[in-house]
Ligand binder design. Structure first.
Ligand code: FAD
Length: 367
């Protein structure tokens, strides 16, 4: 295998004091670290970094099988060198070798809108065209981060990997907002994909983009992420509208022998959409009928009246919904389900009254 190669000298007042916490941290993230003859070797899967401390600097050489993994390893070393350097330390990083020129992150794609379909009054399917979509065509990782440029910007400006290996954000007035969405349909060979957007009140950048979108508009996409569908004999799915695109994709990919139940909270009967699923899976729509999204306990009430997990065979619980319901479902899952890894995946997809940025800031503060 031909390996790509990059090297850097990171100038630091005390490189030994940075190397130690950097290695400890990367071990927590499943890197393998060893030390021999003054060389620290860090293995990130198929990529390998060799680090040497010298007076006033840390020298790094990385080899990786492709550009994505090379840039990922460069970022891991450079960003943690910055993180563990003393505050205010004069630190310079300049990479040479493969991938040294400023470039879009390797997992970043620019998508162009090709069409819009109003599925229901509050759900809009937007179709996109893009290049090299194969990595997004996976049931193991269904969601992506969308980079939505500010409205009215003539030419979108995307984040770039700089010569220091770190991600450079565009200036605030041009910076895209980042939101998580689910790949609802994809044809990687044709270079097309579709994403279903909820049109909600108090629209943030995601919902506002979906409401104003026109053919030819461009957004960025990075990922994919998340955990996908797990094999089980029985399934229990819970979702509100935001989880519905992922649920729909999983239902249509279940083996025909699968059995289970899907509980889906929506605004009202007009929000129902046809879903394909095996005969052994039943679907129950739960209508808010006038109540605000995120204000009801429809999902948790339905869950409380189920006589699960009685029955035969392994059970997989998947839930994606508003934060308050997520907390209750997660507590119920932990209380009743066997604690096997991946026996359940319960995720908060949004939080009532709080934007994505505010929610992330609160989580950082709590951590
Ligand atoms: C892994 C993952 C996958 C997701 N997939 C999808 C998807 O495929 N389709 C989809 O539509 N959403 C999806 N979401 C949810 C979506 O990311 C959030 O709803 C996001 O907050 C929307 O961004 P925004 O810019 O419209 O609103 P924000 O700027 O984040 O929030 C502005 C205001 O709108 C409120 N708000 C946000 N979402 C909703 C909503 N759905 N209903 C009512 N009020 C809301 C917030 O509470 C806040 O008050 C997903 C989330 C995750 C984590």
């Amino acid at each position: 295998m031909t390996m790509l190669r990059a090297a850097a000298r990171i100038t630091l007042p005390d490189p030994v004091a940075v190397l130690r916490p950097l290695c400890e941290h990367l071990v927590e993230h499943e890197a393998e670290v060893s030390e021999a003859d003054g060389v620290t070797t860090i293995l990130f899967g198929d990529s390998r970094a060799e680090l040497r401390t010298e007076p006033g600097s840390l020298s790094v050489v990385i080899e990786a099988p492709d550009l994505a993994r090379l840039q990922g390893s460069k970022f891991a070393i450079a960003s943690h060198a910055v993180e563990f350097a003393p505050e205010g330390a004069a630190l310079t990083i300049r990479w040479s070798g493969d991938g040294a020129e400023p470039m879009l992150p390797p997992d970043f794609r620019v998508l162009t809108v090709t069409g819009v379909e109003q599925l229901t009054p509050r759900m809009r399917r937007i179709r996109f065209r893009g290049g090299e979509l194969a990595r997004y065509d996976s049931l193991e990782a269904l969601h992506v981060r969308l980079f939505i440029p500010p409205a009215g910007l003539a030419e979108p400006v995307w984040p770039m990997i700089g010569a220091d290996g770190l991600l450079q954000s565009p200036p605030a007035e041009q910076r895209p907002a980042i939101r998580k969405y689910t790949v609802r349909e994809i044809d990687a060979a044709a270079g097309t994909l579709a994403i279903d957007f909820v049109l909600h009140d108090d629209a943030g950048p995601g919902s506002a983009f979906a409401a104003r979108v026109q053919a030819g508009d461009r957004i960025g996409m990075a990922g994919p992420g998340g955990r996908g569908l797990k094999h089980a004999e029985r399934y229990l799915f819970l979702a509100d509208e935001t989880g519905l695109p992922a649920l729909a994709r999983m239902l249509e990919n279940l083996p025909m022998s699968a059995t289970g139940l899907a509980l889906v909270e929506i605004a009202d009967a007009a929000e129902r959409q046809p879903l394909a699923m095996p005969d052994g899976v039943s679907l129950r729509w739960l209508h808010r009928d006038g109540a605000a999204p995120g204000s009801t306990s429809l999902l948790t009430d339905a869950l409380a009246t189920l006589d699960w997990p009685a029955g035969e065979g392994s059970l997989y619980l998947w839930a994606a919904c508003e934060h308050a319901a997520f907390r209750e479902i997660r507590a119920a899952a932990r209380q009743y389900l066997r604690p096997e890894i991946d026996a359940h995946l319960v995720v908060s997809y949004w939080r009532a009254g709080v934007s994505e940025e505010q929610h992330a800031a609160e989580k950082r503060k709590a951590a």
